[in-house]
Design a binder for this molecule. Structure first.
Ligand SMILES: Nc1ncnc2c1ncn2[C@@H]1O[C@H](COP(=O)(O)OP(=O)(O)O)[C@@H](O)[C@H]1O
Ligand SMILES: [Mg+2]
Length: 379
């Protein structure tokens, strides 16, 4: 039985743990808080700060896993580089995890490989941010180099807004690097995630593109297949293939692109693991992104990936000021549409806008309708 050390135990980790358990793996789920979603479906768990270098290496030595599988960015990745050098399998590869831990390294890599990206610069002080933003243009996006799900991310149009963005970024950042990326605002037509599969043999395979809509920098709903032209698909596949081959290893990657009005495909970011917008594949594909990641990371042959039916996902969110215990009401009402499915993540408590579950449906319209019937209530 292969032993997996899962670093990060959110909803994506939970589904991955289920996929891994189904094919006979033993899973040790890690995160900073108790009873995290993936811990509820794993063999063992460890609660600790994954940015703590000593603790992380101690746990790797304690469990001696066959595979170390990160589910989040906020991990002390130097430990994973050492682990890989000492013979451990890091998924997809220590290089991929290290380069994507911070936004700056992966963006620099994309530029180096000749991918089209938004103009960008970095800043480590408020003054530097204002200086760089003025060089880029009128409207910019500002993000901490280490953060996810839109945390600390904002848009700015003026010096006053840039000052607010700087403050907001420092509040939302993870880790201890006081550094932001400032990017040209792209007025895109739509955006996609291209789930890209890299096998050990370096064979690259793609899922159908997933369209998605974001609010506050966080995904609200997604659908598959996205309605892209063949030309857009080809450009996105070429860019994604270049990136994953450069990062190496084996696993599924979520590669994000903006598509502008002229049909240009602009690389945005990449996560070397299943993607939140890819939850829709639990409904649409014969093998979900979690099943695929599980098989490919173990070095198993990739099955033929088919789109069984089009579909959409919509998040079930906590309210802005939510905290503490909760109940979720209205699921029965939502399921009156007999083609609607759902997942509840089992997070132990509420937080502002926290993702508590997801609706899966054959169309976006049905997903949106179902979500309207559901209420996350603090108790
Ligand atoms: N430069 C940009 N121009 C326009 N929209 C952007 C830009 N950067 C980010 N966004 C929007 O914010 C979302 C989240 O940004 P992203 O860089 O993917 O952060 P995260 O790592 O938190 O997902 C994107 O999917 C997009 O909708
Ligand atoms: Mg993103």
């Amino acid at each position: 039985m292969k032993k997996i050390l899962l670093l990060g135990s959110g909803e994506l980790g939970k589904e991955l743990a289920i996929s891994l358990k189904r094919i006979g793996c033993s899973v040790i789920a890690c995160d900073a808080y108790e009873n995290a979603p993936a811990m509820q479906v794993s063999d063992k768990n460890e609660v600790f700060n994954m940015l703590d270098k000593e603790k992380l290496s101690e746990l790797i030595n304690k469990h001696k896993p066959d595979y170390i599988v990160p589910e989040v960015e906020a991990i002390e990745t130097n430990v994973l580089i050492d682990a890989e050098q000492n013979g451990y399998n890091v998924i997809p590869s220590a290089k991929a995890v290290n380069l994507t831990m911070n936004r700056d390294r992966i963006r620099d890599r994309a530029k180096h490989l000749g991918l089209k990206t938004a103009n960008f610069a970095y800043a480590e002080t408020e003054e530097e941010l204002i200086l760089e933003a003025n060089k880029i243009g009128t409207k910019v996006a500002v993000k901490p180099v280490m953060s996810s799900s839109g945390k600390g991310q904002s848009y700015a149009n003026s010096e006053d807004e840039l000052k607010l963005s700087w403050k907001f970024a420092l509040e939302g950042m993870r880790g201890n690097r006081k550094r932001v990326i400032v990017e040209e605002f792209i007025d895109f037509e739509y955006e996609i995630t291209l789930l890209t599969i890299l096998e050990k043999s370096r064979q690259v395979t793609f899922c159908n593109p997933i369209g998605h809509f974001q609010k506050r920098g966080d995904y609200q709903y997604s659908w598959q297949p996205a309605n892209c032209s063949q030309d857009v698909i080809r450009k996105a596949q070429d860019a994604a293939k270049k990136m994953v081959l450069d990062l190496g290893g084996s696993g599924i990657f979520g590669v994000e692109f903006f598509i502008d009005k002229k049909g240009e495909v602009i690389f945005s970011e990449l996560s070397p693991r299943p993607h939140d917008t890819g939850m829709v594949t639990m409904f649409t594909q014969n093998f979900s992104q979690f099943d695929i990641h599980a098989r490919v990371l173990l070095g198993m042959p990739l099955p033929e990936i088919k789109l069984n039916q089009p579909g959409a996902s919509h998040v079930i969110l906590a309210e802005e000021n939510a905290s503490g215990n909760y109940v979720i009401d209205g699921i029965e009402e939502a399921l009156k549409d007999k083609n609607v499915d759902y997942r509840i993540f089992g997070k132990p408590f509420l937080k502002s806008y926290r993702r508590m579950g997801v609706i899966l449906a054959p169309s976006l319209e049905q997903a949106k309708k179902a979500v309207k019937k559901i209420f996350v209530k603090a108790i």
